[in-house]
Design a protein around this ligand. Structure first.
Ligand code: AMP
Ligand code: ZN
Length: 104
């Protein structure tokens, strides 16, 4: 998807601190961290919002949660929040699905 910041990060056209990647997703540090650990777990597939999910995407979306759990453990988070913003009304600013992992 042209003009999508996160597609460009996934394609490495734009630099970011990628800390994990596999066939399904990429995880990198949030540029404006709200917590000691603040990572974004992003599917390679461009979907603007969770509400645009299609039949067959559920395994991919579940994978994001599994990766978040593993990254939380790797970063020694005692507790953490997992968040999808869905819609500009609640503050979504990047329209490529991403799971926030915010941990302490
Ligand atoms: P959201 O409000 O859920 O759309 O969150 C988008 C997140 O992306 C925010 O927490 C931003 O700080 C983060 N962000 C924006 N640009 C970049 C970037 N170039 N690299 C890493 N994180 C970014
Ligand atoms: Zn995208």
């Amino acid at each position: 998807m042209e003009d999508c910041l996160f597609c460009k990060i996934i394609d490495k056209q734009i630099n970011s601190e990628i800390i994990y990647e596999d066939d399904i997703c990429v995880a990198f540090k949030d540029i404006n961290p709200k917590s000691r650990v603040h990572l974004l777990i992003v599917p390679r597939k461009h979907i603007p919002k969770v509400s645009d999910m299609e039949e067959g995407d559920e395994k991919m979306m579940g994978h994001l949660i599994k990766v978040a759990k593993e990254l939380a453990e790797k970063n020694e988070c005692k507790g953490y929040q997992l968040l999808f913003n869905v819609g500009k009304e609640v503050g979504q600013i990047i329209f490529h699905v991403h799971l926030h992992l915010m941990g302490r």
